[in-house]
Design a protein around this ligand. Sequence first.
Ligand SMILES: Cc1cc2nc3c(=O)[nH]c(=O)nc-3n(C[C@H](O)[C@H](O)[C@H](O)COP(=O)(O)O)c2cc1C
Length: 171
Amino acid sequence: MHFKELMKTRCSIREYHENKVNHTLLEQVINAGRLAPSAANRQPWKFVVIDNDELLDKIKTAYPRDWFYKIPSVIIIYGNHDISWKRSFDNKDHCDIDAAIAIDHMSLMATELGLGTCWVCHFDPAVINKIIPTEEHWQPVAMLTIGYPIEIAAPIKKRKELSEVLSYNGW
Ligand SMILES: Cc1cc2nc3c(=O)[nH]c(=O)nc-3n(C[C@H](O)[C@H](O)[C@H](O)COP(=O)(O)O)c2cc1C
């Protein structure tokens, strides 16, 4: 798919078939995240795939929504706030920005492969941390559900007009 088409086709998918994505395909998606740019090339990310049903059932309690209870698998994207780049002027941490770029790469790659994804940030990180203990400094930034989408009509993109978000040479 050409990039223009890919951007228009990608949309949040919240209804999936039950079958799981095989690891070869999943690794193509994760690889797209791995290749993303990051501030000072720190790559402060880790991608944890959850497709074991027993574990997945526990993870679902961190975001109790009807649709989320039915997902076949999810990628948890972790960020490391210790190794991420901080801007010297104000110490701004770029960890979540880096993670977001990787996630966007993954969601576009998933679309290219005929898979569906949906970002989830409205989860309880404490629940995730209890289920999956990590090394120090790693925090779950977001989750990306992934699976085979149940047929959807052409996505309707509700977006602000270009004129509302663009200005030249000043605010
Ligand atoms: C940072 C971020 C966090 C999001 N968190 C959630 C979430 O917790 N639950 C959810 O259902 N959708 C979530 N979404 C999906 C957005 O609602 C969705 O991307 C937006 O409505 C635009 O729709 P589209 O993805 O179909 O183009 C999130 C998206 C982003 C980028």
